[in-house]
Design a protein around this ligand. Structure first.
Ligand code: AMP
Length: 174
């Protein structure tokens, strides 16, 4: 079993003091490890149809697009406000201070589509929960949330009680 964590770099105090940023660029730059990471993220979802892979801006795009090809599914970007050019539906979510918002095109997901949401890191779960709400608002059926890294000590899973959360590299409380 590949130890993916050895290809993820901890960068203390980025982008602000107190945050340990999980830098995935060493993993992305290693072709075999990147491919294995994609395989590990997709593994639980082979038994059923995946119609759409949703990637959350920006690092969710890196994993989401190749996973869409892998499942022969469409790819839908969920983006920060003002980035998408056409009519959007949005979902606000709380940050430590203030709020943020994710947006998708209103016609991005057909009603009843089976949707796999993808991102790089599950931290507090606010981003993922907003993405789930947005996909459901657009009529999609969320079959899972696949993420490379879970910061378990932040308990993001508790924000996603009815979602199949699949993570590959888990960092606990230590
Ligand atoms: P959260 O909403 O708190 O679960 O944060 C998840 C989002 O923020 C993901 O899109 C991640 O890319 C990013 N993120 C949060 N914490 C980290 C971290 N320690 N290292 C890298 N990215 C992070």
């Amino acid at each position: 079993m590949t130890d993916f964590a050895t290809h993820i770099r901890d960068v203390p105090d980025f982008p602000e003091p107190g945050v340990v940023f999980k830098d995935i660029t060493p993993l992305l730059g290693h072709p075999e490890i990147f491919a294995e990471a994609l395989d590990a993220m997709s593994a639980p979802y082979h038994h059923g149809q995946v119609d759409v892979v949703v990637g959350i801006e920006a690092r969710g795009f890196i994993f989401g697009a190749p996973l869409a090809r892998h499942f022969n599914a469409g790819f839908v970007p969920i983006r920060k406000p003002g980035k998408l050019p056409w009519q959007v539906s949005g979902q606000e979510y709380a940050l430590e201070y203030g709020t943020d918002r994710l947006e998708a095109h209103i016609d991005a997901i057909h009603k009843g589509s089976r949707v796999l949401i993808v991102d790089d890191v599950l931290a507090t779960g606010g981003t993922a929960a907003a993405a789930v709400d947005l996909v459901q608002k657009l009529g999609g059926d969320v079959i899972g949330f696949a993420v490379l890294i879970e910061l378990g000590f932040l308990n993001g899973r508790s924000r996603l009680p009815n979602v199949d959360v699949h993570t590959v590299v888990h960092y606990g409380a230590d």
